[in-house]
Design a protein around this ligand. Structure first.
Ligand SMILES: [Zn+2]
Ligand SMILES: [Zn+2]
Length: 149
């Protein structure tokens, strides 16, 4: 198994990152977003995708055969899971296609110090202490106001 990393857009915070996926329940790809610390799900790997659709086709054939011979169709847990996975994959696929990277976010924060200096501070310094180049004082960079869901 190769540990190749994919370029991913987070479905939660829409930031981009590179990561290797882990296989989640039913074969969905799972990535851990380093930006928002959430586990996100991506559509099935191709292998699983093909398998599921073959199984869906088989299920349909089996259903038709059972119905035409007057049988009762009980899909069973496996059947329900297969159909669930196939539908969930379609939903995820369309969600991922619509994802736009969170590019509007500036990589730097503009902070104004009490002495009047306006600094452009890299975003990673939010909440941390920096030294003002104008007056030499250390001060804490305010974290940007996060949008509430
Ligand atoms: Zn994220
Ligand atoms: Zn200052």
């Amino acid at each position: 198994m190769t540990e190749a990393s994919d370029h991913v857009i987070c479905t939660n915070c829409r930031r981009e990152f590179d990561a290797a996926f882990k296989k989640d329940f039913l074969g969905f790809k799972k990535y851990h977003c380093p930006h928002c610390n959430e586990d996100i799900r991506y559509p099935l790997t191709t292998g699983y995708l093909v398998t599921y659709w073959v199984l869906v086709a088989l299920l349909l054939l089996w259903t038709v055969a059972a119905l035409s011979s007057g049988g009762v169709v009980i899909p069973g847990v496996i059947g329900i899971l297969i159909i669930f996975a196939a539908i969930k994959d379609l939903v995820l696929r369309s969600e991922v296609r619509k994802l736009v990277p969170y590019a509007e976010s500036p990589a730097t924060l503009q902070v104004k110090h009490g002495c009047g200096a306006v600094l452009n501070v890299p975003e990673k310094y939010a909440g941390k202490s920096v030294k003002c180049p104008k007056c030499g004082q250390s001060f804490q960079v305010e974290a940007p106001a996060k949008e509430k869901e």
